[in-house]
Unconditional design. Structure first.
Length: 500
């Protein structure tokens, strides 16, 4: 009997009742290993109702109660990190070490949530007028939802819900239906840590579940990470329904390599950032801009390194890169390489014919490297989300920055140089939300916030860090006057309050 991944509602497993299921595939073999229940509107409503009921007490709970549960959750998450990584590898395909790294980055945000008491401190001004004080406090929103992508089935939810529940909200997670098991395991660990029933819920599904969350009157805020077209839809729809939204979209992350850069270090970084996790990362470097005469040497160094990457099943400890998530995605990625030459690209490496002995039905694709890519090529314009690296050429620093800034995306970018002045100019002039200086994947640590510009972010708040706390809370200002016992009645005054 095929294993079924069910929902988690009100602190326990809720078997799917819609009769609709989706396949979960092992990308290394191509075999369907699991079915995941797809939620109906009624099942989404049940999860939101459980979260709404739980909020009545959780929203009033003490910070000490919330953080003590989160500390226990953190210990359990750390204890079970290998098990979660194995689930990720089995359903996503990434190698085990990469899956472990994903859990570790998620743990950073749990650390931040454990210290939420500092983030939620208010402000107080005393004696703004005679015996009048003004205080500012932050309070939770209520029921909030997270809609997360396939590429980081543990990390991206962990970027959202620890902060949300630490602030006093309750949470409904709709993870990717392609690799749903990690989300359910996290729910079980939260329950084991003592989180009250209904504070964290998981519903699986497709557009039916997503659209209901976007339209549900009891959902106060929506967090999303995914492609730009979907992020735009999420933002427009949820905002029209009066919800607060943070919707992170796609990317085309550029790495500018200046003539003075250490080319060996730059090549190492380009290969790591382009091909890690098979390129299925919103922070992957997918475009390298070589400035001046270094282009040929840099491309050769990248090629030498890329050809040595061992591609194989994620549970093989010798594998450095695994398969892509689905066959359809693998075929889509291949089209960009197959059509590259006709669009003026020089195909240095073509990985479209790659396969793995004994795993011929897996979703395999090898390393592809395209040089002298024109900005009109589809491989440059689109977010490929696969192991394809484009190299573009620029004559000057200014031309390179202008090329990057012309992209509709503005997620992350990097510059490789030994020149501090050039690096300073770059970080000020480039139009992107996250910038690396000799760092190829500038994902911020947990106490700073993650998010891009332009078509890479819809909404005003980035994820986690201070932005995360502000997103999941709303401000309230309280003005207080306590009359002195010796005061005589002041009488009626229809004018403005006196502040002096």
């Amino acid at each position: 009997m095929t294993h079924i991944v069910n929902h988690w509602i009100g602190g326990k497993t809720a078997e799917g009742a819609s009769g609709t299921y989706g396949p979960v595939t092992n990308p290394a073999t191509g075999a369907v290993t699991t079915k995941v229940a797809f939620a109906s509107v009624d099942e989404v409503d049940a999860a939101v109702a459980a979260a709404k009921e739980a909020y009545l007490t959780w929203g009033q709970s003490s910070l000490a109660q919330r953080t003590s549960i989160l500390f226990r959750f953190r210990a359990l998450l750390d204890e079970h990190r290998d098990e979660i990584a194995e689930l990720i590898t089995a359903e996503h395909g990434k190698v085990h070490s990469d899956a472990l790294g994903e859990v570790a980055r998620g743990l950073e945000i749990v650390d931040l949530a454990c210290g939420i008491t500092v983030q939620l401190k208010g402000e107080l001004s005393t004696q703004v007028a005679t015996r009048v004080d003004v205080s500012s406090i932050r309070q939770p929103l209520g029921v909030v939802a997270g809609i997360t992508p396939f590429n980081f089935p543990a990390m991206v939810p962990l970027w959202m819900f620890p902060i949300a529940i630490a602030c006093g909200n309750t949470f409904v997670l709709k993870p990717s239906e392609k690799d749903p098991s990690a989300a359910v395991k996290v729910a079980e660990l939260l329950s084991a840590a003592g989180l009250p029933d209904g504070v964290f819920n998981v519903v699986h599904g497709d557009k039916v579940a997503v659209d209901r969350l976007l339209g549900h009157p009891d959902v106060k805020a929506v967090s999303f990470v995914g492609s730009t077209p979907v992020a735009r839809h999420i933002h427009a729809t949820a905002s029209a329904n009066g919800k607060r939204v943070q919707a992170l979209g796609g990317a085309k992350n550029h790495m500018l390599v200046l003539p003075d850069a250490d080319l060996d270090a730059a090549a190492d970084a380009a290969v790591s950032a382009a091909y890690g996790s098979a390129g299925e990362r919103c922070m992957a470097v997918s475009a390298v801009v070589a400035v001046g005469a270094i282009g040929d040497e840099l491309v050769e160094k990248i090629r030498e390194r890329a050809e040595k990457i061992k591609i194989g099943p994620g549970d093989d400890p010798t594998s450095e890169m695994g398969p892509l998530i689905t066959k359809a995605h693998r075929d889509r990625v291949a089209t960009y390489v197959e059509g590259a030459a006709a669009e003026g690209c020089e195909v240095v490496l073509d990985g479209t014919g790659y396969t793995v002995d004994g795993h011929e039905d897996g979703h395999w694709i090898g390393i592809s490297l395209l040089d002298r890519v024109p900005t009109t090529a589809k491989a440059y314009r689109d977010e490929i989300f696969g192991p394809v690296l484009c190299v573009l050429r620029a004559e000057t620093f200014e031309e390179g920055v202008a090329l990057i800034n012309a992209s509709p995306f503005g997620n992350g970018t990097a510059v490789f140089t030994r020149d501090g002045g050039a690096a300073r100019r770059f970080q000020l002039e480039v139009e992107a939300g996250m910038v690396g200086v000799n760092v190829p994947i500038p994902v911020p640590v947990g106490y700073h916030s993650f998010g891009g510009w332009k078509d890479s972010l819809f909404g005003d708040h980035h994820v986690y860090g201070n932005d995360g706390t502000h997103f999941y809370t709303r401000g309230k200002v309280v003005t207080t006057r306590w009359p002195d016992p010796a005061d005589a009645p002041a009488g009626v005054d229809l004018g403005f309050p006196r502040n002096h």
